[in-house]
Ligand binder design. Sequence first.
Ligand code: SF4
Length: 234
Amino acid sequence: MVKKEIVSAVNLKKEIEEAKAELVSRNKKLKLSVKTEAKKKVDKKKAEAKKKVDKKKAEAKKKEEAKKKAEEAKKKEEEAKKKEEEAKRTYEEELEEQLTEDEIKNFAIDKTDMDKLVNRVTEMIASYATNGILQNILWRKLKLSSRDGSRLALKLEKLGNITREKILENGRWTYLLLIKKIPISTISIENAPCLVCPVEGKCSTDGEISPKTCVYIEDWVLTELKTKKSHETN
Ligand code: SF4
């Protein structure tokens, strides 16, 4: 009877150990399964994120290529336009072909004192020194038509007062007018008192009668300066 009880106890212990082993094994499998599942989820998310990044990169590349193509097309268009413009002849070039040198030099505007106009325009161009001035701006200031302005610029160039530089401005050919030589204006000395002075023969810089002490000269210089200033402000 005692022997039978011992056998049962041994069996029970064996069954418990087997059950424990089974439990441990199941736990391990479960842990492994959870780990694998979690890893799969992480991998899936990573793959999706990578896919999104790749997609964005591909889109950015596409955009960049499209932008580059558009820029190249624009550049080509601008170059073609520039070549087309360069090939165009200016109105002044046509005039130079049509008119003789004398016709250009003798150009005159109706009811206009051309000597005065030439001096005035030359002085205006001179005031822009080495920067020069665009001819269309100058003609606007002088209220001259572009027809008269272009002829006047050619005349000034032929007289040797200015040089003209052909430049492309806002997609159109025009000329930059630059001073070459300022003409001596007789207007500035036509009222000089010396021209009608009765003692001009006795006047010298170191003599008793001298421009250094002459009141007429002083008055004349002051008047000229005032006139010049009032012209400048107008
Ligand atoms: S500087 Fe006077 S004094 Fe001499 S010539 Fe002229 S106006 Fe006459």
